[in-house]
Design a protein around this ligand. Structure first.
Ligand SMILES: NC(=O)c1ccc[n+]([C@@H]2O[C@H](COP(=O)([O-])OP(=O)(O)OC[C@H]3O[C@@H](n4cnc5c(N)ncnc54)[C@H](O)[C@@H]3O)[C@@H](O)[C@H]2O)c1
Ligand SMILES: O=C(O)C1=N[C@H](C(=O)O)CCC1
Length: 256
């Protein structure tokens, strides 16, 4: 594949290494603020993306919605790793689905997390059936992270919400009040170099079940992003999540 890397920070650099070592060609590295010699363009447009089969975008919440709409308008398959925009997900979906796009997005490209989401879904269903368990989420990331809650925590909270009859909303800000019984709270902590730790709790008066995914490095995100690039650049059209790829590639689940 001829890959354009958009955003040449911690993830962009790792993705370039992973792409080259897996035999792909990196035809563009786009970042307005990076001084690295690999940079081929400072702005994202048809010219800077010319000749690529797929764009991989790990940039910033402030510009990601415009980026996604651009990829869709230009018909360039894109892997969206950038987080912090899911409050605009439905608006983006409506816009890009009309444009016959090829886009995959995920708050976490680790394949371990893709499986973890399914484990959490099943756990939420089981605890909901048994009853008496409260659920909540905690995430920890490095001190440079620009957004909170993390994209992964938002995906986890959505899954718990969809699979619990007793939960009706998600809260993530500091609460200067009691948390309501039907709220799922996400707690975010920032510090040090932690690449990403997520725990979902199911708690009763008798016991606590903690399901944790702990990334050891960012490598798993880069490996998954390259796999997603291969998958999305294969001619399929639509606005996909990593779960769609997992179902298609590993679980033999056909999407209607
Ligand atoms: N989905 C995942 O698996 C996953 C994993 C890690 C990080 N992330 C997300 O990816 C994003 C980037 O993470 P990072 O750790 O690489 O951050 P980073 O700050 O190290 O790098 C971001 C880079 O993007 C550049 N940038 C900012 N706006 C840009 C724009 N409009 N066009 C091009 N480049 C731009 C910055 O100059 C910087 O070099 C964040 O949103 C983070 O949450 C997602
Ligand atoms: O380092 C980050 O930033 C990460 N962001 C993703 C998220 O928001 O969930 C995934 C883990 C690393």
């Amino acid at each position: 594949m001829r890959i354009a890397i958009v955003g040449y920070g911690k993830m962009g650099k790792l993705i370039r290494q992973e792409a080259l070592s897996s035999g792909h060609e990196v035809v563009a590295v786009i970042d307005p603020w990076s001084p690295a010699p690999e940079i081929t363009a400072l702005s994202l447009d048809a010219l800077s993306l010319a000749g690529c089969d797929v764009a991989i975008d790990f940039t910033h919440p402030a510009t990601i919605v415009d980026d996604i709409i651009l990829y869709a308008r230009l018909g360039i398959p894109a892997v969206i790793g950038t987080t912090g925009w899911y409050d605009r997900l439905e608006e983006v979906r409506e816009t890009v689905e009309d444009l016959d796009c090829s886009i995959i997005y995920s708050g976490n490209y680790s394949l371990g997390v893709a499986v973890f989401l399914q484990v959490v879904k099943r756990a939420a269903q089981l605890f909901d059936k048994v009853g008496g368990y409260d659920s909540f989420i905690q995430e920890i990331h490095h001190a440079q992270k620009a957004d909170s809650p993390s994209g992964t925590a938002s995906m986890l909270a959505d899954i718990v919400l969809e699979n619990s009859t007793s939960k009706h909303s998600i809260v993530s800000d500091t609460l200067h009040r009691k948390r309501e019984d039907d709220e799922i709270q996400i707690g975010s902590v920032r510090g040090g170099s932690v690449p990403g730790t997520h725990t979902v709790y199911f708690d009763s008066p008798e016991d606590t079940i903690e399901l944790t995914h702990r990334a050891r490095s960012r490598q798993g995100f880069a490996v998954g992003a390259i796999k997603a690039a291969n998958w999305i650049a294969d001619g399929r059209k639509g606005f996909f999540t990593l779960s769609d790829m997992l179902d298609d590639v590993f679980m033999n689940v056909e999407k209607a």
